[in-house]
Design a binder for this molecule. Structure first.
Ligand SMILES: O=C(O)CCC(=O)C(=O)O
Ligand SMILES: [Fe+2]
Length: 365
């Protein structure tokens, strides 16, 4: 073995994640902000302003495009900055019922349990085939006025969809420390919103997503950092007892409710965890949700070039609606077309290790 190989394999054993990021960067340099920057709040801001500066015209356009939508968001209908989350009934909101129906019927008879050997407590199935008419109502929901308005108002400009997926967790009693079952922050963007649409009822015994409001979450991070020197990197896991000792009056909000309930959270600003069995062991049921995840168009997840692809949803739409589809879904589509599909195994494929393509999995009836 040459010296260079020996060094490379030693580095790989020591810092496997860092090395695979570097080798992915060599092949996909457009993802420099995603692959190379440390995952701290400060770097999320820097990545955002770096991409916004490079794309300053698009940045202004996206701010302007969001204005008329944002003007329609009522005070009671917005995600407040100090909360960073909102739990509400979606049953009467446009497109929600159709999307829920589409998600349920597209996956009826689907072998969820068959995917569970990879991650025993959660399977996620990406909804990514823009041309599949069975899931068009889900894409229409993702582009709908009320939802895009809510996300724009919170994120600060016309957002993009980062990912749409179906999350299925069986009735289980598995708790693995250090996973998303423990409190953590995510790091996709300085602000982001994940909308969970409940496909079944979720109660406090089926591992609901549990959130600490943004203002309290930030205080916990600051205090924890001051006390231990740890937790600057987003992704750090906080134990429940540590949180309760740092902030005895901490509020822990559970995303529970009947089918059609919507839970929205900013996973960067709110500590959150989920899918944890109750302490006495028995779960009352499975958890089944549709996730529509928005970030800004300048998040560290997005590339510096090849940023968007025109989206043609099946059906007839006005020019204005078509351009909305591309503004919102174009970067997700571009990612799946040009990056995810490439054969070389790399960091992008393990981002979605348990996800599978709906199209490939479900036979067309
Ligand atoms: O509810 C869960 O399973 C945790 C979710 C989570 O960590 C996330 O959506 O970022
Ligand atoms: Fe998370």
């Amino acid at each position: 073995m040459s010296i260079a190989n020996a060094v490379a394999s030693r580095l790989e054993r020591r810092w496997p994640r860092a090395i695979s990021r570097l080798s992915t960067f060599r092949r996909k340099p457009q993802y420099l902000t995603f692959l190379l920057l440390p995952q701290t709040r400060r770097w999320l801001y820097l990545a955002y302003y770096f991409l916004a500066a490079i794309w300053c015209r698009r940045f202004l356009e996206r701010k302007l495009m969001s204005r008329p939508l944002v003007a329609r968001v009522s005070d009671g209908g917005r995600v407040r900055s100090e909360d960073g989350y909102k739990l509400f009934d979606g049953n009467d909101l446009p497109y929600v019922k159709d999307a829920i129906q589409a998600a349920t019927s597209a996956t009826s008879g689907f072998d969820w349990e068959g995917l569970l050997d990879k991650q025993p407590f959660r399977v996620s199935l990406d909804v990514k085939d823009i041309s599949d008419p069975r899931v068009t109502p889900i894409f229409q929901l993702a582009c709908s006025d009320w939802l895009v308005a809510m996300a724009s108002e919170y994120i600060g400009s016309l957002p993009v969809v980062n990912r749409i997926s179906l999350w299925y967790s069986p009735q289980h009693d598995i708790y693995q420390k250090g996973r998303s079952q423990d409190y953590h922050f995510d790091s996709e963007d300085k602000r982001q919103l994940k909308f969970f649409f409940f496909l079944d009822e979720i109660d406090d015994r089926c591992g609901p997503t549990t959130i600490i409001p943004a203002a309290q979450s930030q205080a916990i991070q600051r205090k924890y950092l001051a006390k231990t020197g740890d937790g600057r990197r987003l992704g750090f896991r906080y134990m429940d007892e540590e949180i309760e000792s740092i902030l005895p009056d901490v509020r822990q909000v559970e995303f529970v409710g009947p089918r059609g309930t919507i839970g929205a959270m900013d996973a960067t600003r709110c500590l959150h965890r989920g899918n944890r069995p109750p302490t006495d062991g028995t779960m009352t049921g499975r958890r089944f949700m549709l996730l529509i995840h928005y970030t800004s168009a300048f998040s560290r997840m997005l590339p510096v070039f090849h940023r968007s692809t025109a989206v043609h949803l099946p059906g007839s739409y006005s020019d204005e609606q078509r351009s909305r589809h591309t503004e919102i879904l174009g970067s997700m589509t571009s990612f799946y077309n040009y990056v995810y599909r490439q054969e070389n195994p790399d960091i992008f494929s393990d981002l979605s290790s348990v996800s599978s393509n709906l199209q490939a999995q479900i036979p067309v009836q």
